[in-house]
Design a protein around this ligand. Sequence first.
Ligand SMILES: Cc1cc2nc3c(=O)[nH]c(=O)nc-3n(C[C@H](O)[C@H](O)[C@H](O)COP(=O)(O)O)c2cc1C
Length: 192
Amino acid sequence: MQYANETIRTLFEKHTIRKYLPDPVDRTALETIVQAGLRAPSSGGTQGPVLLVCEDRGTNLALGRLSKLLYDEGAYPVSSAQPSIADDDTIDDGFYGAPAMVHCFTPRDYRYSPFDGSMAAANMMIAAWSLGVGSCFVSRAERLFEVAWAREWARKQGVSDDWEGCFHLCLGYPSDDSWTPKPLYPNRLLWC
Ligand SMILES: Cc1cc2nc3c(=O)[nH]c(=O)nc-3n(C[C@H](O)[C@H](O)[C@H](O)COP(=O)(O)O)c2cc1C
């Protein structure tokens, strides 16, 4: 496919990575990714999302296992190339062994928080891909950070209880990426 420029290539080719090398994400790249998240649009310019970066393997594994325990949507096909916990029940780490995690928190009971968080997520995923870093958006953060020990951990890192979990973002270099573009479902684009 011909792309008008590298930004368009990134947008069209970026895809979810769940198979990561154990190598840490380059510090400059990681900093750029989270700075892109902080610069995402937000409702009324409120800049609600707070990002907590964690590269501690033990913490990432403990929280990833908790994320998997909270999963209650059953089995269904998501990806055979990059299997998710919905594809493979033997995966016990809902963060897929990613060496770096970004936890996004947004103001509690604020109607635009999910949108603001999603904007931050998209910016980070696009920035990551452009830098050769794979990512995976993980949900259930609002429930995970209501579990007492996880909330206490976030509190210790400086996250106010007035901010609730919005999403987690796994980051790492792909260990295997045999991607082919997915066909788009029909009837999703209307012109008048
Ligand atoms: C709102 C949302 C929630 C998601 N939750 C999860 C999740 O909990 N675990 C996971 O492995 N992937 C999750 N994903 C990633 C999707 O499964 C993935 O984006 C989708 O299958 C399309 O694949 P692609 O990103 O490679 O195009 C989520 C994505 C979105 C946008």
